[in-house]
Design a protein. Structure first.
Length: 202
């Protein structure tokens, strides 16, 4: 009588460990993300805070440029530079168009209140500014560095939080972060620019 051999094993011997290895056992390991590694998350956070601190100083310096519109343009350049640097920290593709839109949308949430609630909302001040250009320059030097520094700090913190949670420029929603942005801006506005920058490093 002919005995039929096992077609899988040939001679009935158990398969070798190599032959029985499951494909999943040889798959390449998945690279750890910042959220999976506390050390990586802390390093990214420290780098991001350094970026924000540096640009808060630059924004405050832009506020003392003695030419209308030039100081505003310089401030926007600083803020877009900061957003680009933060995107590089968190390996996010930079989108300047979305960055500019975000700056405009967030500015609209705080500028009216800041102007109406401060010295710039005074009718007497507007009369003085129209009559005495020197007064106008003095007020700009007193207010623009503080506003620019506080706004830049709040903008940086909002995008740091967004990028750290896995967000991108395409998923950024200014309305969703409005409350946090306003709270951060108001807290920073009550400090001097140098202390705001120090807070960014804390």
């Amino acid at each position: 009588m002919n005995v039929k051999k096992d077609s899988a094993s040939g001679n009935g011997a158990p398969p070798s460990p190599e032959a029985s290895a499951h494909p999943a056992d040889t798959a390449e390991p998945v690279e750890a993300t910042a959220s999976d590694n506390p050390d990586v998350a802390r390093a990214l956070d420290s780098h991001a805070r350094t970026v924000i601190r540096t640009n808060v100083y630059l924004a405050a310096a832009a506020g003392v440029i003695p030419f209308s519109y030039v100081d505003t343009a310089a401030l926007i350049v600083v803020q877009l530079k900061m957003l680009k640097e933060l995107s590089e920290v968190y390996d996010v593709s930079f989108r300047g168009d979305i960055g500019r839109s975000a700056v405009g949308a967030l500015l609209a949430t705080v500028a009216p209140k800041a102007l109406a609630g401060g010295v710039l909302g005074s009718g007497l001040l507007h009369m003085a500014l129209s009559s005495f250009p020197v007064v106008s320059a003095g007020v700009r030097f007193a207010t623009m560095p503080l506003f620019g520094g506080a706004f830049t700090y709040a903008l940086g913190k909002v995008f740091q939080m967004h990028f750290a949670s896995g967000g991108t420029f395409l998923t950024f929603d200014a309305a969703a972060v409005k409350d946090y942005f306003v709270q951060t801006f108001e807290a920073a506005r009550r400090r001097k620019p140098d202390t705001t920058a120090t807070a960014a490093a804390a």
